[in-house]
Design a protein around this ligand. Structure first.
Ligand code: PGA
Length: 243
């Protein structure tokens, strides 16, 4: 595991964006696993800047998002469809038929998960999976549990996850109770994982996930078993490592 700590958000964003655009420059047909939430926003901004300078093209890239809420319309500002359009898809030359996000409004959610798994299988392997980290150790929406699911599935969101995400909604009652998420099996199959974490409030979970026991009660701890993980931290979230 290669852990890099940055003194400023700008440096962290540039490093994260540089890893992703560098991969696409060397492999224009790369398959990217993408994340949402507050953490990657600045990285997407840097990617868009690089694209606007004409230094990278995404026209042959395929993307798979980690997750989507169940039951909010795609054009709801907090849907992950809207998020991706706003922060990345609307600004670069990604081909819409090569971008994938689970459909949280599918009439048959089980079938939607099976379809998403099939698309992932057809793509063979994600070259780089971008991940944020939940305060409870979740990755994607794989919440702590005594057992985890390998493929894409429906999850009931933990109260703490809904509380953490309530900042994006008018009230907690509006935060969906369920989501569709890629499973940990798919995440761990990625060739490379880029885990990004910011903020003092994540210092404890960073320490637990990266140095604690490997347990499904902290899904991010499973990343310790992966051969190629790069972790980008700000000094606040990394403060308990080597402490
Ligand atoms: P955040 O969420 O980037 O909004 O902090 C991370 C996560 O829950 O995975």
């Amino acid at each position: 595991m290669n852990i890099l700590t940055f003194r400023s958000n700008e440096e962290l964003n540039e490093a994260g964006a540089g890893i992703i655009t560098g991969l696409v420059q060397t492999n224009p047909r790369a398959v990217l696993g993408l994340a949402t939430g507050g953490t990657p926003v600045g990285i997407y901004e840097e990617i868009v800047k690089t694209y606007r300078k004409g230094m990278v093209s995404f026209k042959s890239v395929t993307t798979f998002n980690l997750d989507e809420y169940v039951g909010i319309p795609e054009d709801h500002p907090e849907s992950y469809h809207a998020y991706m359009k706003h922060h990345l898809f609307g600004h670069v030359d990604l081909s819409p038929e090569r971008t994938h996000i689970p459909n949280g409004n599918a009439a048959d959610l089980e079938q939607e998960c099976a379809k998403y798994n099939q698309h992932l299988e057809d793509a063979k392997q994600i070259d780089l999976q971008l991940l944020g980290l939940g305060h409870n150790g979740h990755i994607g929406f794989n919440e702590p549990d005594h057992a985890l699911v390998s493929g894409t599935h429906i999850v009931k969101l933990k109260d703490e996850t809904r509380e953490a995400n309530a900042r994006f909604f008018d009230s907690i009652d509006e935060v969906p109770t369920h989501a569709l998420t890629m499973g940990v099996g798919t995440i761990l199959k990625a060739k490379m994982i880029l885990l990004v974490v910011r903020g003092a409030d994540k210092a404890e979970i960073v320490h637990k996930a990266l140095t604690g026991p490997i347990t499904t009660e902290c899904p991010a701890s499973l990343l310790q078993t992966h051969p190629h993980v790069v972790v980008l931290l700000d000094t606040a979230s990394g403060r308990l490592l080597n402490a």
